[in-house]
Design a protein around this ligand. Structure first.
Ligand SMILES: Cc1cc2nc3c(=O)[nH]c(=O)nc-3n(C[C@H](O)[C@H](O)[C@H](O)COP(=O)(O)O)c2cc1C
Length: 280
């Protein structure tokens, strides 16, 4: 017999225009397959669907070739040719009634672009912020770059829908990606309407969410994944700023998904790190 306090986990829940059959929500995570091993990546998600999850996500999916994190292998949605592999995974997720989620990522200053050799883009000029400390410099985005970034997201939204995804998640957690870099005063010292006040630093996120609703909001839910605290002290995107952001824009996405701090702090396994630890 199940303890009655867990019953709610088995109730369906509406997320924007879609309904999950239960509250078991598998957040995005990589499993090393990426664009290179689409059948393995799909079969792993099929097993999760058999296991009964209500929502199953991909790993981070790179939306454009101007930002990639080689030597790590992630999924890609760079053009229409990437749709079949992603559709294969969505079909596997749907096989036992789960909703399919796709996490869209633009790494920006976190992407060394070792494969494409493109110059990484960031809110301001900065040495890139990668695990491997590659000697690469990101350049500050001008207004045209920001318009392009919105356009690349729109293409990714349409392709995600065509591939069969029900929930699209914008990735701005773990210190990764343009969304977080714009939100944080540590990595965004712009003096235009995209920098300075929290409202200005959140402008890109707000635009990306509203573009997503316009493009695919009739049939896809829009999620946003942010870290509860950047864990970079007062110069970073702190928990109190996050709370102010939510107070300002609570209704913008269909669901907020909060991760913990840096990737290292969030993702260490309990074999090597204490449960719910605060620092790396
Ligand atoms: C190998 C690995 C890969 C991950 N990849 C992603 C990712 O692509 N996107 C993301 O938002 N989080 C990623 N995460 C973070 C997880 O989604 C999750 O937040 C973290 O593992 C903590 O949750 P847990 O205690 O349930 O494992 C990854 C974690 C691990 C261990």
């Amino acid at each position: 017999m199940r303890d009655a306090r867990y019953d709610i986990l088995f109730d369906s829940v509406k997320i924007g225009p879609v309904t999950a059959k239960n509250r078991f929500y598998q957040v995005p995570h990589c499993n090393g397959g990426g664009y290179r091993d689409p059948s393995a990546a799909a079969e792993m998600r099929r097993i999760k669907s058999e296991g009964g999850w209500g929502v199953i996500f991909t790993e981070q999916v790179e939306i454009h070739h101007t930002s990639e994190i080689t030597p790590f292998i992630e999924l890609r949605i760079w053009d229409d040719e990437d749709i079949p592999a992603l559709a294969r995974m969505a079909d596997a997720i749907h096989s036992n009634g789960a909703l399919a989620g796709i996490e869209l990522a633009y790494s920006g200053a976190n992407g060394p672009n070792l494969y494409t050799r493109e110059v990484p883009l960031a809110p301001m000029h900065t040495p890139i912020l990668t695990f491997t400390s590659d000697p690469v410099q990101a350049r500050a985005m001008d207004k045209e770059d920001i318009r392009n970034l919105r356009h690349w997201h729109k293409l990714a939204y349409r392709r995600s829908k065509r591939a069969g995804y029900d929930i699209l998640c914008l990735y701005g957690a773990h210190g990764f990606g343009a969304i977080q870099h714009f939100l944080s005063p540590r990595t965004n010292q712009r003096t235009d309407e995209y920098g300075g006040s929290l409202e200005n630093r959140a402008r890109l996120l707000k635009e990306l969410i509203s573009d997503a609703h316009d493009e695919v909001g009739d049939s896809c839910a829009i999620a946003v994944r942010l870290s509860l605290d950047e864990l970079a002290g007062d110069s970073g995107f702190t928990n109190s700023q996050l709370r102010d952001l939510i107070a300002m824009h609570a209704e913008l996405p269909d669901i907020w998904d909060f991760a913990h701090g840096t990737w290292e702090a969030c993702s260490a396994t309990s074999r090597f790190a204490g449960e719910a630890r605060r620092r790396t």
